[in-house]
Design a protein around this ligand. Structure first.
Ligand code: GLN
Length: 475
C-alpha cells in the first residue's frame, strides 16, 4: 500500500527510482481513491481512460535513464487548460463537447517530462467565482469538510489534491483562484509572476491577469512544478523573455524583511483569521525576521478596479462563443442569425458569466469607457507602483490569504459582492503581476484550515519558496 497521505513529488520520485513502486502502481493507487471519493467530491469532471497507458510509457523512462523529477507523477488539470483530443469545457455548458485541437504549452511541457495526466477538474464557469459553485457540472465539495466549498475557481484541482485523488495539480489564477482554494483546503498555492508560465492554450478569462498556477501539498512541490513550467514561450505574446527574467530575478537569498499592510484589515476579516495571522507573525519574529508596517493606499481599491478590468476582458474574450464556431448552438431551433447568437449565448452561459459579460460590455461602451475602464486602469497602475515602491523597503508583503475560512455550500450564491470580497487580499498581486504564495498556517476552532500569503517582487519566486519552507519548519 502506498501511503498517499504523506506522499510528495520528491518522495514519489525517490520511490520510483528505487523501484519501491512503479508508475502504474502509483497511478492505480490514485484511480482507486478517485473511484472511492469522486462521486461525493465531484473534483474530476472526467478521468482519462489512458492514464494507466501514460504510466506504462513513463515507466520506460526509469528503465532507459531518461526519467526526470516529474516522470510518472500524476497530475489533475483544470478544465480550462487544453489537452489535445480531450474535452475542455471551462466548467461551462457552452463548451460541453468542445475537444481541444492542440496542447497548451504547459501540457506540452508536462508531457515532455513524462507526467501522467489523470483527468480534468471542475471549476467555476470560465473561472468566475470563489467557490466552484458556478460550474455547469455541479458543485465540488471540500474534502476537509464535505458540507463546505473547496474555494474556487480552481476548486476541483484543490479538492483532488487535498483528498488524495492526485499527487499534483494545475489551476489558473486571474484573481486568487489558486491561492483561495489552497487556503480553504489546506494546501500550498503559488501564483507565479505574470508572464512566467505560458498562457498559450488556456481558455482566457482576463488576459492581462491570467496565470497558470500550481497547487502542492508542500512548498517544494510547487517549486518543482514552477521550475519545470516556467519559461519563455514565443506562442504567448505576454510571455517574458529570458533576458528580462534574469535581470529581474532575486539577486539574493536570506531575505528577511516583511511588510504588513495593516490598513487593509477592515471589517469582514474573521477574528480567528486575524488572530492566526498575528500568531504567524510572532513565529517569524522569533525566527529573526523583521516585521514593519507598510502603506499601500490604493490597494483598498484593488477589488473595485479588478471588477471593472476583468469583466471588460471577459466580455471581449467570451464574444467568440457565438454558437457558430464553438460548442453549444441553438442554430437548429431558430431561423435567423441574431437568434442563433442570442439563444446560444443565453442558454450556453450561466448566470455569473452573463452578469460579467453585461458588466464588461457596459464599462467598455461609449461614454463609460473613460468613466470606468480607463479609471480602473489608472488605479491598477497606482497599485502596481505602490507595490513596487513597498518592495524598495521590504522583501515581502504578508497578509492572510482569505479574510475567512471555507464557507458552507450554498452560502454567498445570492450575494455576488460578498463572494467577491473573498479576493480582497489576493487582488493586489494579480493587478501588480507579482508572484504570491499561499501557505497553510493552522486550523480553526471548527477544524478548518487557515492560510497566510506572501507577495514578492516580479520573478522573486525563489524568495517565496525560501520563506515558505522556513514557515513549514516554524509554524
Ligand atoms: N474570485 C475571482 C473571480 O470570481 C476568481 C478569478 C480567478 O482567479 N479565476 O473573478
Amino acid at each position: 500500500m502506498i501511503d498517499l497521505k504523506n506522499l510528495t513529488i520528491e518522495k514519489a520520485h525517490e520511490s520510483l527510482v528505487k523501484g519501491e513502486f512503479t508508475c502504474k502502481e502509483l497511478v492505480e493507487a490514485y484511480l482507486k481513491t478517485i473511484t472511492e471519493k469522486n462521486k461525493e467530491l465531484n473534483a474530476y469532471l472526467e478521468v482519462y481512460s489512458d492514464a494507466v497507458f501514460q504510466a506504462e510509457e513513463a515507466q520506460k523512462r526509469f528503465t532507459n535513464g531518461t526519467a526526470t523529477i516529474l516522470t510518472g507523477i500524476p497530475f489533475a488539470i483544470k478544465d480550462n487548460i487544453l489537452i489535445e483530443g480531450k474535452i475542455a469545457s471551462a466548467g461551462s455548458k457552452i463548451l460541453e463537447n468542445y475537444k481541444a485541437s492542440y496542447d497548451a504549452t504547459v501540457i506540452k511541457d508536462l508531457k515532455k517530462e513524462g507526467a501522467v495526466l489523470l483527468g480534468r477538474t471542475n471549476m467555476d464557469e470560465f473561472a468566475m467565482g470563489s467557490s466552484t459553485q458556478t460550474s455547469a457540472y455541479g458543485v465540488t465539495r471540500n474534502p476537509v469538510d464535505t458540507f463546505r466549498v473547496p474555494g474556487g475557481s480552481s476548486g476541483g484541482s484543490a479538492a483532488a489534491l487535498a483528498g488524495d485523488l492526485t499527487l499534483a495539480a494545475l489551476g489558473t489564477e486571474t484573481c486568487g483562484s489558486v491561492r483561495e482554494p489552497s487556503a480553504f483546503c489546506g494546501l500550498v498555492g503559488l501564483k507565479p509572476t505574470y508572464g512566467a508560465l505560458s498562457r498559450h492554450g488556456i481558455i482566457a478569462m482576463g488576459n492581462s491577469l491570467d496565470q497558470v498556477s500550481p497547487f502542492g501539498k508542500c512548498v517544494r512541490d510547487t517549486e518543482i512544478i514552477f521550475n519545470s513550467l516556467s519559461r519563455y514561450d514565443k506562442e504567448d505574446g505576454t510571455s517574458v523573455p529570458d533576458v528580462v527574467r534574469n535581470k529581474m530575478k532575486a539577486a539574493h537569498s536570506g531575505a528577511k524583511k516583511i511588510g504588513v499592510p495593516w490598513h487593509l484589515f477592515k471589517e469582514g476579516v474573521d477574528k480567528e483569521v486575524e488572530e492566526n495571522f498575528k500568531q504567524s507573525l510572532e513565529k517569524f519574529k522569533k525566527a529573526g525576521y523583521e516585521i514593519v508596517d507598510i502603506e499601500l493606499p490604493h490597494a483598498q481599491y484593488s477589488l473595485a478596479a479588478y471588477y471593472i478590468i476583468m469583466p471588460a476582458e471577459v466580455s471581449t474574450n467570451l464574444s467568440r462563443f457565438d454558437g457558430i464556431r464553438y460548442g453549444y448552438s441553438a442554430n437548429k431551433e431558430v431561423d435567423n442569425l441574431k437568434d442563433v447568437y442570442m439563444k446560444s449565448r443565453g442558454r450556453g452561459f450561466g448566470k455569473e458569466a452573463r452578469r460579467r459579460i453585461l458588466l464588461g460590455t457596459y464599462v467598455l461602451s461609449h461614454g463609460y469607457y473613460d468613466a470606468y475602464y480607463n479609471k480602473a486602469l489608472k488605479v491598477r497602475e497606482k497599485i502596481r507602483e505602490e507595490v513596487m515602491n513597498a518592495f524598495k523597503n521590504v522583501d515581502y508583503i504578508l497578509t492572510p490569504t482569505v479574510p475567512i475560512t471555507a464557507f458552507k455550500l450554498g452560502e454567498k450564491m445570492d450575494d455576488p459582492v460578498a463572494m467577491y470580497l473573498c479576493d480582497i487580499f489576493s487582488a493586489p498581486a494579480n493587478l501588480a503581476g507579482v508572484p504570491s504564495i499561499a501557505l497553510p498556517s493552522g486550523i480553526s476552532s471548527n477544524k478548518l484550515p487557515f492560510s497566510i500569503q506572501f507577495m514578492a517582487p516580479h520573478f522573486h519566486e525563489n524568495n517565496l519558496f525560501e520563506v515558505g519552507k522556513k514557515f513549514e519548519e516554524i509554524r
